[in-house]
Design a protein around this ligand. Structure first.
Ligand SMILES: Cc1cc2nc3c(=O)[nH]c(=O)nc-3n(C[C@H](O)[C@H](O)[C@H](O)COP(=O)(O)O)c2cc1C
Length: 204
């Protein structure tokens, strides 16, 4: 059985391309393995709070020394970590927002990167503690950032790659739905490119 974690974060509701393509990818993967289980973390419907002093102090304190607020903050983060650890495949859908990812998705990353739980420092440098997962990043953007003059303004995909590989999530496919604000034709072409790609990925 494959356990799939779907993380959605677009602020655009039903109009979201990243959510639509990511959900289609979930359906494709589930069709290839009908015993799959899917967990959906919807970061818009149920946003994580920004990390705060209770989180920042609580994660470095032994459990028995945490205040009630610190314990709550750490428990919330533990749930994010446990969901990722329980998954075989993680599909992250992100809109390209102001040259990066949405703050809702950034909050999820902040809850996931935890010293001692998802990474640790060794004499050889930092080591990611999450292993053996497949990650699919579905990123929708108004402009084109994979190549050309705007590539230098892409603070979404390089950031997600750095943050996720830091915790050991290195086996990653990036599916871009890009140029969706460049006219109806470009939008359709971007969607059909992404759909062809996810069909191939699910069949691989
Ligand atoms: C608040 C906001 C900021 C955006 N910023 C950018 C941007 O910096 N660059 C860009 O190419 N598109 C930008 N867009 C367009 C989105 O990337 C595009 O609508 C994309 O489809 C969003 O992903 P989604 O369809 O999954 O919501 C922005 C859209 C919104 C709503």
């Amino acid at each position: 059985m494959t356990s799939i974690l779907l993380v959605t974060s677009s602020p655009r509701g039903a109009a979201s391309h990243s959510t639509r393509v990511a959900k289609q990818l979930v359906r494709n993967l589930a069709a290839a393995d009908p015993a799959s289980e899917v967990v959906h973390r919807d970061l818009v419907r149920t946003p994580l709070p920004h990390i705060d002093p209770d989180f920042a102090a609580g994660i470095y304190r032994p459990e028995e020394e945490r205040t009630a607020e610190q314990a709550r903050a750490v428990t919330r983060s533990d749930a994010v970590v446990d969901e990722v650890l329980a998954a075989d495949a993680i599909i992250i859908a992100s809109g390209f927002i102001n040259f990066g990812i949405s703050s809702t998705l950034k909050a999820w990353i902040d809850h996931l990167l935890r010293a001692g739980r998802t990474f640790r420092y060794t004499n050889e440098g930092p080591e990611g503690l999450i292993q053996g997962k497949k990650v699919y990043l579905v990123v929708a953007s108004g402009g084109v950032y994979s190549d050309g003059p705007a590539a230098q303004f892409d603070h979404a995909v390089p950031y997600l790659k750095s943050a996720l590989s830091f915790v050991g999530l290195t086996d990653m496919e990036v599916i871009r739905v890009e140029g969706v604000a460049m006219g109806a034709e470009a939008e359709q072409a971007a969607l059909s490119r992404a759909e062809t790609r996810i069909a191939a990925l699910a069949a691989a």
